[in-house]
Design a protein around this ligand. Structure first.
Ligand SMILES: Nc1ncnc2c1ncn2[C@@H]1O[C@H](COP(=O)(O)OP(=O)(O)O)[C@@H](O)[C@H]1O
Ligand SMILES: CC(C)(COP(=O)(O)O)[C@@H](O)C(=O)NCCC(=O)O
Ligand SMILES: [K+]
Length: 243
């Protein structure tokens, strides 16, 4: 059976095909604000699949996607979906579906205990205890959310493209902003990993994913692995249990 797996997050929507054995090489991305039936037609034109598993944190787009696949076996992942993990959280319905998929993905690929850090529109940290128990985590602004907002709320700061800063002492407005973003987020991540690890009983494996993971994980020895398709791996795990 071939599953269409969809990660509908706030900046980009990622698509791949999964089977019981793993993920396909085909991977497509569409800016989330462009998701429409026409865009889905274009993206999926050459793909064959028997069922669809959607992970969404954008309800308006989830409704469009669900409607588009109304003729196929379709499931939208939530806290009640079997993903091979347990949830120990007071209001599990609050947890973003992508955070649950990340927890399922990290457990399926690397085991537990683990911390997964997703550097997307938001930067999220999720802690998975021994025995695959989702414990909770942290939400911070994503790098582009932070730099774009800084540019929007000031008269003189430009929009910047994220890149590795040459030095900590910036020699231009852009360099100074890059240091704030890249070195600043590395510091934030180190501190939060340290504090979360102290609240866990065993040393967790630490895995990063999301659009800014490669840039930020470079130079952060705390991060054991960067796994760009981790969320989709979690969605695949849910699909294998659902269909
Ligand atoms: N082509 C791209 N389009 C959008 N964001 C990108 C791109 N390449 C890198 N990024 C970075 O990735 C981040 C978004 O990551 P992503 O994982 O797609 O977010 P989300 O999962 O929330 O949709 C942005 O903060 C941006 O800095
Ligand atoms: C925290 C998030 C905005 C992250 O979204 P993303 O950056 O992946 O687009 C998303 O998981 C969400 O809307 N969560 C709901 C609130 C919660 O998880 O507690
Ligand atoms: K995401």
């Amino acid at each position: 059976m071939r599953f269409l797996l969809i990660d509908n997050s706030n900046t980009r929507t990622k698509f791949t095909i999964g089977t019981r054995d793993g993920l396909d090489n085909w991977l497509a991305q569409v800016p989330t604000k462009e998701i429409s039936p026409t865009e889905l037609d274009k993206t999926l034109i050459d793909q064959q699949f028997d069922a669809v598993m959607l992970c969404s944190v954008v309800p308006e787009k989830a409704a469009i996607i669900a409607q588009y696949f109304s003729e196929l076996p379709f499931h939208q992942l939530d806290y009640k979906t079997d993903m091979g993990i347990h949830i120990d959280y007071p209001k599990p319905e609050q947890i973003g579906a992508d955070r649950l998929a990340n927890a399922a993905g990290v457990h399926a690929l690397y085991g537990s205990p683990a911390i997964v850090i997703d550097l997307g529109t938001a930067v999220t940290f999720d802690a998975i205890g021994a025995n695959a128990t989702y414990l909770g985590g942290v939400i911070a602004p994503g790098l582009a959310s932070m730099t774009d907002n800084l540019s929007k709320r000031t008269a003189l700061l430009p929009k910047i493209e994220l890149a590795e800063p040459a030095n900590a002492i910036g020699k231009s407005t852009t360099e100074a902003m890059l240091v704030g973003a890249v070195f600043g987020y590395r510091g934030l991540i180190k501190e939060i990993i340290k504090k979360i690890t102290r609240e866990m009983t065993e040393k967790p494996i630490i895995v990063a994913t999301g659009g800014d993971a490669t840039l930020i994980a470079e130079g952060l020895p705390e991060i054991d692995h960067v796994s760009p398709t981790l969320t989709l791996e979690g969605v695949r795990r849910a699909a294998t249990l659902q269909f």
